[in-house]
Design a protein around this ligand. Structure first.
Ligand SMILES: NC(=O)c1ccc[n+]([C@@H]2O[C@H](COP(=O)([O-])OP(=O)(O)OC[C@H]3O[C@@H](n4cnc5c(N)ncnc54)[C@H](O)[C@@H]3O)[C@@H](O)[C@H]2O)c1
Length: 284
């Protein structure tokens, strides 16, 4: 039974991963490299909860007790009583490796260590753990915003035990998520499906077949997608999609080759919503 959860990295993903476990009545310890980062994260979570109350996702009475279940620390040494630790630090193998080595020394022998990496092989990451820990190491790929997106891709590494897979699927369900088990391949499952669609959508625009607005309408009204591919590109930043497609292209070849128009958009600084212009124009 997982009751004490640790989350390492209090950025966009880690803070909300902490939140969903706290909402599921887990006692959460959230860490980052500075007190400032942790204060910012808790403030953001307060905002997420308040906005969620406004939209009817959470009850007003949940706000205080939920936040009180999240403690913060800059010291990974205090993770010695955790039963699950989810790593969500920068997407950099060297940074993650350092965190894993420290956690491996500190957490109990039966603690599961999970990584939220979106592009690094889970089996490659497991090499930074002792051979005794590797059976209890796994990928948990959450989606942004974590408090709203239901899916988690659960990715066993080469040595992950079936017991760890089952325990991880169970804790994801306890946190209100719907997990799916996915093999440790580049892009896992969701990014492969998404970028196949995105690349074809951009190709349609390049060929003058339809406008980005109309393709978004087609996906929403014809396929039942909640958001069109160009709206999604703008929301998540074109540069991030270009980077992911570069990784998929390297692994799978031509079928994931980024389209020239996406490269041009990024080079022009038309990066999406935050830049004020992407496939759409936004008031800053
Ligand atoms: N952003 C997304 O949509 C998304 C989606 C799925 C998965 N991911 C993955 O989740 C992970 C985190 O991404 P993010 O978008 O939250 O990044 P982010 O930059 O918002 O947050 C990373 C946080 O980790 C902290 N950090 C760095 N080194 C640390 C250390 N040694 N100990 C503790 N904290 C440390 C940073 O200070 C920062 O606050 C990455 O592996 C990313 O690929 C991101």
């Amino acid at each position: 039974m997982v009751d004490k959860v640790g989350v390492v990295g209090a950025g966009l993903m880690g803070a909300e991963i902490a939140l969903v476990f706290a909402l599921a009545n887990k006692e959460v310890l959230l860490s980052d490299t500075s007190d400032d980062a942790l204060e910012r994260a808790i403030k953001n979570l307060e905002g997420v909860l308040q906005r969620g109350v406004g939209r009817g996702f959470f009850e007003a009475e949940q706000v205080e007790p939920t936040l009180s279940r999240i403690r913060t620390t800059t010291d990974l040494g205090s993770y010695s009583d955790r039963s699950l630790v989810v790593e969500a630090v920068f997407e950099d193998e060297a940074v993650k490796a350092k965190v894993f080595r420290k956690l491996d020394d500190v957490v109990p022998a039966d603690c599961i260590i999970a990584s939220n990496t979106s592009s690094i092989s889970i089996t490659a990451l497991s090499s930074h753990l002792s051979p005794e820990r590797r059976g209890r190491f796994i990928g948990t790929h959450f989606f942004s915003p974590v408090s709203r997106m239901k899916l988690v891709e659960v990715i066993p590494a080469m040595d992950t035990t079936e017991q760890t897979v089952e325990a991880t699927l169970a804790i994801c369900r306890e946190a209100g998520k719907t997990p799916i088990k996915v093999k440790d391949v580049v892009g896992f499952a969701v990014n492969r499906v998404l970028h196949a669609l995105v690349i074809e959508a951009i190709r349609l625009v390049e060929e003058g077949v339809a406008t980005p607005e109309d393709i978004d309408l087609a996906c929403r009204l014809g396929l039942g997608h909640p958001i069109g591919p160009f709206q999604l590109l703008d929301a998540t930043q074109n540069s991030l999609s270009l980077q992911v497609q570069g990784i998929l292209n390297e692994a799978y070849g031509e079928r994931f080759k980024p389209r020239p128009l996406l490269k041009q958009m990024v080079q022009a600084g038309y990066n999406g919503k935050r830049a004020g212009r992407g496939w759409y124009k936004y008031d800053k």
